[in-house]
Design a protein around this ligand. Structure first.
Ligand SMILES: Nc1ncnc2c1ncn2[C@@H]1O[C@H](COP(=O)(O)OP(=O)(O)OP(=O)(O)O)[C@@H](O)[C@H]1O
Length: 706
């Protein structure tokens, strides 16, 4: 059967499942010798009505004229289905040439995306996306519910974004979420490039981007000010003199398999009614929409599939660095320091592709490598100023005064208004857009308006660079004004700025706002009770902020504000990074109240908590330690050795009964334990002697829960 006929049937699968009397149709098809009696038996053997219909459709797909025969079988018995299928297949035929014209126009526009600027502020460095694109780690919504699916997620890639799963057989609203610079835009860009290449010939295996007749690649801001999707497409994707009308687009959107790829909802979420309607399925409900966004902007309930981008794993960090060095013609030696730090103190930051790119550049320039988020951006910032000063022979302070500070003010104002930056915005400040572009923060975006009256628009090389500048402005603001601004915001929507503030402000300024910021942080992920895995990204903003202060000599005033507002229960999860661990260590050194902090560790084969556990020995504030998933026996023994100072312990599930004896023996070495709980463990009578042995050696044990 031809593909467009298959598409017509697939689009109408649900109505066919509900309205079709299979016995009437199948008998007719047997009479016409399209189906054999054995095939009829196979159909009847299927359990549900929809499985029976699915079986029939797949048999028809195998016949060259399966569509004609099927439609004919409906003519006298199911008139409404007959007319619906005929009319849809005819519409398709009349559209064919227009669809091809549209497809060509879209593909031509997309060709630009196959080129890639890894540092958007340095446009001279362009490379082919396919040469540097490196696999990103994705975690799916299915794993949020069931951690056993985690292993499956290791296989997740671009090709699985549209695949059906336990929670949705046909995902139509797909969310790709992730922090700043983690690779969302690049992932979507690669998806679009794949579609541009044409059919995959079934290589992708599952429903993939090649299944779509048309792909519309848009930015969330493109929808603002429009009332219909054809308008958006005409004004953002088609040439001004394109012959494709809005009416034709409308008809094509209704009758073809289309996907809308929409980037950066976080940048275009204000007054964007049309996009809200699309997300909620009030517009284009049958189309597939894949949308990228930073965390905390969207309600998950509108989405059939959710993917969280976790950046590069260790293997892919190295792969990216190699590809990048090759494309940039860098000598392998220039990246040696980065490679060493990558598996240690910079492990956390290198997960983020944008930061890794900056670190590669810094390293190749022989600069010292920083280790916190704010310090990295500060280094990038200094990197820009240094270069600009060398290029223009101007003093660095002069550049800061005349370009950076006015631009910081502007970036703060624009950040608040979420509007596009135009030439007009520069009229009242002493810095010109050309100077800002020269420094590296800005680049020209596009020219809008009529021929006589054009306005040039600009954009920041990366949103996080704009946030860094906005933070510089916040740092220069009067304390009261800064406080009022922070109070008006959701800290999770300005998380990068909040981290930058911790890294940038002096102790006095930070002490005056830290309580307000920390008060609004939650230390448990949203929907915690429904999640089986603890999510670090949703709950450890406080730890990332505190990590900015590690190694700094903090004043007593700031120490007491932090200590009063720190969480007293901290859960170190599988996806925690060094910055979380450093944050915990700072919390425990700040809190002086005895026995007030409870720590939970989700033990993981790839993480080593031993140094932290040893270090915490000196902290009297810890009241109890819980260890979950102690799967690796040797490592678990190391943990228990490092925790010999603990008095209250809880051991989580997942211990195989045959290994429990060893577990009890190892626990027996933690002599200071006064209370011990085993959660969800299968303990039988045969184990009683070893439990007694353990209890006997724990002389201080007062409380045992099995
Ligand atoms: N898969 C990848 N392969 C190679 N480089 C990547 C990849 N993903 C991201 N990068 C690098 O990281 C930079 C930032 O990525 P990107 O703009 O996609 O992040 P983002 O998640 O969209 O950020 P934001 O939310 O701030 O817009 C890119 O310019 C590129 O240099």
């Amino acid at each position: 059967m031809e593909k467009h006929h298959q598409d017509v049937l697939e689009r109408n699968r649900s109505i066919l499942c509900s309205d079709l009397d299979l016995s009437l149709v199948v008998d007719h098809l047997i009479q016409e010798e399209f189906l054999s009696p054995e095939e009829k038996e196979r159909i009847c053997a299927s359990r549900s009505r929809s499985e029976k219909t699915g079986e029939l459709l797949s048999m028809l797909y195998a016949h060259e004229d399966g569509f004609g025969a099927f439609v004919e079988s409906l003519k006298s018995t199911h008139r409404h289905l007959y007319e619906m299928l005929i009319s849809e297949s005819e519409t398709h035929l009349t559209d064919d040439t227009e669809v091809e014209v549209l497809k060509t126009e879209l593909k031509q526009k997309n060709i630009l995306l196959s080129k890639f600027r890894p540092m958007p502020w340095l446009p001279q460095h362009q490379m082919r996306l396919a040469n540097v694109y490196t696999k990103l780690q994705l975690v799916s919504s299915v794993s949020f519910q069931d951690p056993r699916q985690m292993d499956r997620d290791q296989q997740l890639s671009l090709d699985n974004l549209f695949a059906p799963h336990e929670l949705s057989s046909d995902p139509k609203r797909i969310l790709v979420e992730g922090e700043a610079g983690i690779g969302k835009t690049t992932l979507l860009q690669m998806l679009v490039s794949k579609w541009n290449e044409g059919s995959c010939g079934g290589e992708c295996g599952a429903p993939c981007v090649h299944c779509f007749d048309l792909l519309f690649n848009l930015h969330a801001k493109d929808f603002i000010g429009h009332t219909s999707i054809p308008d958006v497409i005409k004004s953002c994707l088609l040439a001004r003199d394109s012959e494709i009308s809005a009416e034709t687009l409308d008809a094509i959107l209704q009758t073809h398999k289309v996907v809308l790829v929409v980037d950066a909802y976080d940048e275009g979420n204000m007054e964007n009614k049309l996009l809200y309607d699309v997300i909620e399925g009030r517009v284009l409900k049958d189309a597939t929409v894949i949308l990228s966004c930073r965390p905390a902007f969207l309600n998950f309930r509108f989405f059939d599939s959710i993917f969280v981008v976790h950046g590069f794993d260790e293997e892919h960090q190295i792969e990216y660095m190699d590809k990048f060095a090759h494309e940039m013609n860098l000598s392998p030696n220039s990246l040696v320091e980065l490679q060493q730090k990558m598996s240690n103190e910079l492990q956390d930051l290198c997960r983020n592709p944008f930061i890794l790119t900056i670190l590669c550049i810094l390293c190749s320039e022989n600069s010292q490598l920083p280790s916190t988020l704010a310090a990295v951006y500060k280094a990038v910032h200094e990197f820009f100023i240094e270069k600009a000063s060398r290029k223009t022979s101007r003093d660095k302070d002069d550049i800061k005064r005349t370009v950076i500070f006015p631009l910081a003010k502007l970036s703060f104002e624009i950040y608040n208004k979420e509007k596009q930056l135009t030439e007009e915005d520069f009229v009242d400040i002493c810095c010109s857009p050309q100077e800002a572009c020269q420094i590296g923060y800005l680049s020209v975006d596009e020219t809008v308006g009529s021929l006589q009256n054009t306005t040039r628009c600009y954009r920041f090389g990366h949103r996080s660079l704009q946030e860094f500048l906005a933070t510089i402005h916040l740092g220069k603001m009067a304390a009261g004004e800064r406080l009022a601004w922070l109070q008006s915001k959701n800290v999770y929507q300005i998380d990068t700025i909040v981290i930058f503030l911790f890294g940038q402000l002096n102790d006095k300024d930070l002490a005056s706002i830290a309580a307000v910021i920390m008060e609004n942080m939650r230390f448990q992920p949203l929907n915690f009770s429904k999640l089986s895995i603890y999510s670090c990204s949703q709950s450890h903003l406080v730890l990332h902020c505190l990590n900015e202060l590690v190694g700094r000599d903090i004043s007593d005033g700031l120490k007491s504000v932090l200590a009063e507002n720190c969480p007293l229960r901290v859960h170190i999860s599988r996806d925690c990074s060094i910055s979380c661990i450093q944050g915990v260590s700072l919390i425990c050194s700040l809190i002086k109240k005895k026995n007030s902090v409870c720590l939970t560790f989700d033990l993981d084969a790839t993480k080593d908590f031993v140094p932290l556990m040893k270090q915490l020995k000196r902290c009297e504030c810890i009241s109890s330690v819980q260890l979950n998933n102690p799967k690796d026996r040797i490592k678990f023994n190391d943990y228990l050795r490092a925790l010999q100072w603990v008095t209250l312990a809880k051991i989580g599930s997942d211990h195989h009964p045959s290994r429990l004896q060893n577990l009890f023996r190892a626990i027996a070495s933690c002599k200071r334990i006064t209370a011990l709980t085993f959660a969800d463990m299968q303990i039988n009578d045969a184990l009683m002697p070893s439990i007694c042995e353990m209890v006997e050696s724990l002389e201080d044990l007062r409380d045992l829960t099995l």
